[in-house]
Design a protein around this ligand. Structure first.
Ligand code: KIV
Ligand code: ZN
Length: 514
């Protein structure tokens, strides 16, 4: 059925989002995230840029092979070798899509591509035809569309639709436009491009001036029927349009936009949280829809209104986006049954030894901490699965000595395949000392710490601490994570997790961005 009110949600978290610094994921994480995107109900998953690295290729292929339902798309420059490689990866999907692109703005055409407008148009047509040789599901993007001459963009769009593109994507690559101008551009395309109704018009907006969501929505008002977006708005520089904001605008203001999506909105918050778990980068507390304060009502007058009638200050319910807040669930008197039930409600199905271990960790935590929240339980299971997945070395003991007028030193004891290795060393600070000892014990002396963040899983001084580390060895980079009631131990666990990942070869290869 041709539903002209349906907005196709094209998620590019795994491509435009993942290629931005600090947001890298390994293959297993990308796959798990793609399964979550399916649960969320996205129509298209752009799983990566296959030619950019063997790692990206394998990830797109794995998603295409295993994630059934959404269309699985790969990115390709308007070049034969990119398009061929992209097809090699997406062909395994029952609904594969090739997304090819070339820049059309004067500045890109002249300075970056060093070509004429006619040459670029011909390259675009050739690329679409090449992709059509593989599939009917071809998307073409006019990179830097928002700064492209309007008549030229219409000429390229018309030619690429004639060549067989089923979707035409109009990107504001540098986040330069505003809702009035961008909405006008889309309306202009509908007015001038003769064959426009043979393709879906899509938009892809970046957030350099904070207008990515507004620009995308303005485009929807002008007739665009696909929106490209990312979870938590991650992406190049200031990011892409945020999926959750686009979808909840359309949902909450149905009376205004008069369109709909297939998104299961109650999966929004779990998806946002999964991305944070995998990348170690959270959203700001006041972020719309998924920020910690998005549904918090502090002001007395608001609380009073809310108690009388929720809708006085709430335009959407927290439950509608799957928000549970820091719900207090269990304490030290809670039993195994309550713990297992809560685990299952949170989507974890543990059995046997893993369930026993998780329950023991929960009891230990409940002894140290008055209230155990959902986030704590998730952290416990995460910590356990890290140990099981990549556990060549595990932390047996850590003691830190920080005394006035002395260089801090650390004693680290590790277990490796039943053997114990241990050493003591000094450093500029306690963590420097502990990290140096671990490097020495594991033979990772040349690994370089690229990034390090610590945070708290919940609130309060007794909260679990979480640490994220990026470690580089040669041209390989990995993310390590750790949680513990003690933030130093959390950091050391994260460092060890990264070392284990380097040893296991589960790193993400560096890709090059477009
Ligand atoms: O921002 C952009 O122009 C892109 C294209 C490849 C669609 O990411
Ligand atoms: Zn982009």
């Amino acid at each position: 059925m041709n539903d002209d009110k349906k907005i196709i949600i094209f998620d590019t978290t795994l491509r435009d989002g993942e290629q931005s610094p600090g947001f890298s994921m390994n293959l297993q994480e990308k796959l798990e995230f793609a399964f979550q995107l399916k649960r969320l109900g996205v129509d298209v998953i752009e799983a990566g840029f296959p030619i950019s690295s063997p790692g990206d290729f394998e990830a797109v292929k794995a998603v295409a092979q295993q994630v059934e339902g959404p269309q699985i798309c790969g990115l390709a420059r308007a070049m034969e070798k990119d398009i061929d490689r992209c097809w090699e990866a997406v062909q395994y999907s029952s609904r594969p899509r090739i997304h090819t692109f070339i820049a059309t703005s004067n500045i890109h055409v002249e300075k970056k591509l060093k070509k004429t407008n006619k040459e670029v148009r011909d390259i675009a047509v050739k690329a679409v035809k090449r992709a059509r040789g593989y599939t009917e599901n071809v998307e073409f993007s006019t990179e830097d569309a928002a700064r492209t001459d309007r008549d030229y963009i219409c000429e390229v769009i018309e030619a690429t639709i004639d060549a067989g593109a089923a979707t035409i994507n109009v990107p504001d690559t540098v986040g330069y436009s505003n809702p009035w101008e961008f909405g006008d551009l889309i309306a202009y395309i509908f007015e001038k491009v003769k064959n426009v109704h043979q393709a879906v018009i899509s938009v892809h907006c970046h957030n350099d001036l904070g207008l990515a969501v507004s620009n995308s929505l303005a485009a929807v008002r002008s007739g665009a029927r696909q929106v490209e977006c990312t979870i938590n708005g991650i992406g190049e520089r200031a990011g892409n349009a945020s999926l959750e904001e686009i979808v909840m605008n359309i949902e909450t203001r149905k009376n205004f936009f008069d369109v709909h999506t297939n998104i299961h909105t109650e999966q929004i918050y779990p998806t946002s949280r999964l991305l944070t778990r995998f990348t170690g980068i959270g959203v700001q507390p006041n972020k719309a829809i998924v920020g910690a304060n998005a549904f918090a009502h502090e002001a007395g007058i608001h609380q009073d209104g809310m108690l009388k009638e929720r809708t006085t200050y709430e335009i959407m319910s927290p439950q509608s986006v799957g928000w549970t807040g820091h719900s207090m669930v269990l304490g030290k008197h809670s039993g195994r049954h309550a713990f297992t039930k809560r685990l299952e409600e949170l989507g974890f199905h543990l059995e046997g030894e893993s369930l026993e271990k998780a329950f023991d960790s929960f009891k230990e935590l409940a002894d140290l901490k008055k209230n155990v929240f959902d986030e704590d339980i998730i952290a416990i299971v995460d910590e356990q699965s890290r140990a099981a997945d990549y556990g060549k070395y595990s932390l047996e003991d850590l003691s830190i000595n920080i005394e006035k007028q002395q260089k801090p030193n650390a004693h680290v004891r590790l277990r490796s395949n039943g053997d114990i290795v241990e050493a003591t060393g000094a450093g500029a600070g306690a963590l420097d000392a502990a990290f140096s000892v671990i490097k020495q014990l594991t033979g990772m002396e040349d690994a370089v710490l690229v990034d390090y963040h610590v945070g708290a899983v919940t609130t309060g001084t007794d909260a679990l601490g979480s640490a994220n580390i990026i470690l580089r060895k040669g041209d390989r980079e990995v993310i390590g994570r750790g949680t513990d009631t003690d933030v130093l131990r959390a950091s050391v666990k994260a460092f060890l997790n990264a070392v284990n990942r380097l040893i296991a070869g589960t790193e993400r290869e560096k890709t090059y961005a477009v």
